[in-house]
Design a protein around this ligand. Structure first.
Ligand code: AMP
Length: 227
């Protein structure tokens, strides 16, 4: 028996190619609005690390930079939406990534009479994404994001936020894999921009500039969308 989906006061979707800053901005929105970031990438990486059946099926696909099957991802998201903390409202980061997933999300939300407040497209130049992605790393303790060029920790190897010293780089952030991930985005995910425009919930933000300026633009959209 599937667990019921928790009723959520706000549902925000961040759309954009790998490297657009979805994760960074989702974490900033969590802090600012008390919302919960739901990253299917993070959930899948946790499943891979835990060696679950879904994780074993997803591992090679993720390493190749392709999309994991809709069935696996939808099941993972559905379970996560059944947990009580999502009652604060959610920011979907990296989901949906296909039309099938978008339709599944609509069905899940309709079970509890909920709606999508806004789907925000983070608009970026593809050419810049490879450099952005291949330089990034995170703190293994708290997840704070860093970058070799744009955001180094104040003390080399030490997290500014929590003092952790285990920095991690994602296996799929290698330059060879990034091209495949961008291709998957354009073929399978970019059509969702039109999907949400048709529903009247699409917003766009120029996501090439300063992280704080982008966060400010997003906060304005989120505030209006949650009214
Ligand atoms: P991300 O952390 O969002 O960049 O996702 C990392 C990888 O996880 C992707 O390249 C895909 O292989 C997989 N993944 C994450 N979210 C999804 C999704 N919604 N649908 C299919 N695959 C996904």
């Amino acid at each position: 028996m599937e667990s019921p989906v928790t009723t959520v006061p706000a549902v925000l979707i961040l759309l954009g190619p790998p490297g657009a800053g979805k994760g960074t901005q989702a974490r900033m929105l969590e802090d600012r609005f008390g919302l919960v970031q739901l990253s299917t990438g993070d959930l899948l990486r946790a499943a891979v690390a835990a060696g679950t059946e879904a994780g074993r099926a997803a591992k090679a696909v993720m390493e190749a930079g392709s999309l994991v099957s809709d069935d696996i991802v939808i099941a993972i998201l559905r379970d996560r939406l059944g947990e009580p903390d999502v009652a604060k409202g959610v920011i979907l980061d990296g989901f949906p990534r296909t039309t099938v997933q978008a339709e599944a999300l609509d069905t899940l939300l309709s079970e509890t009479g909920q709606r999508i407040n806004a789907a925000v497209s983070l608009d970026v130049d593809d050419a810049a994404m490879v450099a952005r992605i291949s330089g990034r790393f995170t703190c293994g303790s708290c997840g704070e994001g860093y970058h070799d060029t744009y955001k180094r920790p104040a003390v080399e190897g030490v997290c500014d936020k929590c003092g952790g010293t285990q920095m991690k780089r994602r296996a799929d952030d290698k330059a060879e894999t990034v091209g495949q991930r961008l291709e998957a985005y354009h073929a399978q995910t970019a059509p969702l921009i039109a999907y949400y425009a048709n529903k009247g919930v699409l917003k766009s933000v120029d996501a090439m500039g300063d992280i704080d300026a982008i966060a400010g633009a997003l906060a304005t959209i989120v505030r209006e969308a949650m009214d």
